[in-house]
Design a protein around this ligand. Structure first.
Ligand code: ATP
Ligand code: MG
Length: 330
C-alpha cells in the first residue's frame, strides 16, 4: 500500500472497538441538493466474514450509502470506514481490495463480454498480463457467461450485463465485495446461481455486502442484515435474531371461536382476529408454551380442531417494524 504512512494510528485495520467490522459508519448522512436526506444518520457495522444484506424498499437510500462507502460521492456529514480506513480519503488504498458492482455497471458496448473484462483487467496496474487470459476466463465461468462471452456487450440483456459487471468485480480475489442489487434483472435460475456464487465467495473468506429489496433473497443467503426505510436504519443484526424479533402468529380452528378468543386473550395473546371458525393471534411474549395454550383452550371447553404456530420470517419482522408491506421475490 502506497499511502499507509497517511493512516493515523487509530484507523489501522485492526484498531478500535469495531476491529471485527469491515464497514463502519457513524452518523453517515447525505442530503442531495434541494432534497430531503437520502441517508440520515446511518450507524452501520458490517462484521468481517459476514454476508450482509442491506435491505430496503425503492428509494430508501441503499445506492446512496454504497456510493459513499465506495468514495464516489462525499457525505454531507458523518464518517465511513471501509477495511479500517476512512472513505473517501483512503480510496486509493482501499478500493483495490474491494470488488464493487453498483447500479448500471459501466460497460463498453462495442466490445464483447470477454473484451470488456480484458479491458478492465488491463486497467489494473497490479494485474499480471501473463495470467490475464486465465483470470478473464475464470471470471466469465463463475458468473455463467462462458457461452455468451463472444457477444458484444451492447446486445446483452439486463441480466447478462449484471453478470458481466459481477465478473469484473471478481477478476481479483477481494477482501470485500459490495454488490448493489446483484440479482437485478436476473431470472429465477440466474438468481439462484448468483446466490450460490455469493455463498461460495463467503466460504472462501470474502465478506459480501449486498443490497436488495427482496426479503426472500436476504433470508436465503445472508448471515446478517440491516433494514432501511426512508434513509434511516431501522434495525441491524444476525438474520436469525431479526426474524426471531418478530413473534409468530398462532392459529386455532374451532367451532367455538368466541371462547377460544377469550381464553387466548386471558393468556396474554394480542392482535386477535376471528374469521369464521379460525382465531389467530400474536403469540404471547415471555415464553408461554404453545402446548400450554392449547391445554388451556381444551380445559376451557373449546373444541380444538387444529392448532398451529407459524414461524416468523424476516418479512414479518419488516412489516412489524415499518407497518408496511414489502416486495417479495417471484
Ligand atoms: N443524484 C441524486 N440527486 C438527487 N436525489 C437523489 C439522487 N440519487 C438519489 N436521490 C434520491 O435519494 C433517495 C434515495 O435514493 P437511492 O438511489 O439511494 O435509493 P435505493 O434504496 O438505492 O433505491 P432502489 O431500490 O430504487 O435502487 C431517493 O429519494 C432518490 O430520489
Ligand atoms: Mg438503488
Amino acid at each position: 500500500m502506497t499511502d499507509t504512512a497517511a493512516a493515523t494510528a487509530d484507523t489501522g485495520p485492526d484498531a478500535g472497538p469495531d476491529s471485527g467490522s469491515v464497514i463502519v459508519t457513524r452518523g453517515l448522512t447525505k442530503r442531495y441538493r434541494g432534497g430531503q436526506s437520502a441517508v440520515d444518520g446511518l450507524d452501520l457495522a458490517v462484521p468481517s466474514g459476514s454476508v450482509f444484506g442491506f435491505l430496503g424498499p425503492n428509494g430508501s437510500g441503499k445506492t446512496t450509502t454504497i456510493r459513499m462507502l465506495m468514495g464516489l460521492i462525499a457525505p454531507t456529514s458523518g464518517t465511513a470506514h471501509v477495511l479500517g480506513r476512512p472513505m473517501p480519503a483512503a480510496s486509493r488504498s482501499v478500493l483495490p481490495q474491494v470488488g464493487a458492482l453498483i447500479e448500471g455497471p459501466a460497460l463498453y458496448g462495442f466490445l464483447t463480454g470477454r473484451g470488456n473484462l480484458v479491458r478492465f483487467d488491463s486497467a489494473d496496474p497490479a494485474a499480471d498480463p501473463r495470467t490475464r487470459r486465465t483470470r478473464v476466463e475464470n471470471a466469465l465461468e463463475r458468473v455463467g457467461l462462458g457461452a455468451a462471452a463472444g457477444k458484444k456487450a451492447r446486445t446483452y440483456s439486463l441480466g447478462m450485463k449484471q453478470r458481466l459487471g459481477l465478473a469484473a468485480a471478481l477478476l481479483q480475489p477481494r477482501r470485500l465485495l459490495v454488490l448493489d442489487e446483484p440479482t437485478n434483472g436476473l431470472d429465477p435460475q440466474g438468481m439462484r446461481e448468483i446466490r450460490s456464487l455469493v455463498r461460495e465467495l463467503a466460504a472462501e473468506g470474502t465478506t459480501v455486502f449486498l443490497s436488495s429489496h427482496l426479503l426472500d433473497e436476504i433470508e436465503q443467503v445472508c448471515t446478517h442484515a440491516a433494514v432501511m426505510a426512508r434513509g434511516r436504519l431501522l434495525v441491524q443484526g444476525p438474520v436469525a435474531a431479526l426474524a426471531a424479533g418478530a413473534r409468530g402468529r398462532l392459529t386455532v380452528t374451532t367451532p367455538d371461536p368466541v371462547d377460544a378468543a377469550r381464553i387466548l386473550a386471558e393468556h396474554g395473546a394480542t392482535g386477535l382476529v376471528t374469521d369464521g371458525d379460525r382465531v389467530s393471534a400474536d403469540a404471547p411474549p415471555g415464553g408461554v408454551e404453545p402446548a400450554d395454550l392449547n391445554a388451556a383452550l381444551v380445559r376451557g371447553g373449546v373444541r380444538v380442531r387444529a392448532f398451529g404456530i407459524e414461524r416468523a420470517s424476516l418479512e414479518d419482522a419488516f412489516v412489524a417494524l415499518t407497518g408496511e408491506g414489502f416486495d417479495v421475490a417471484g
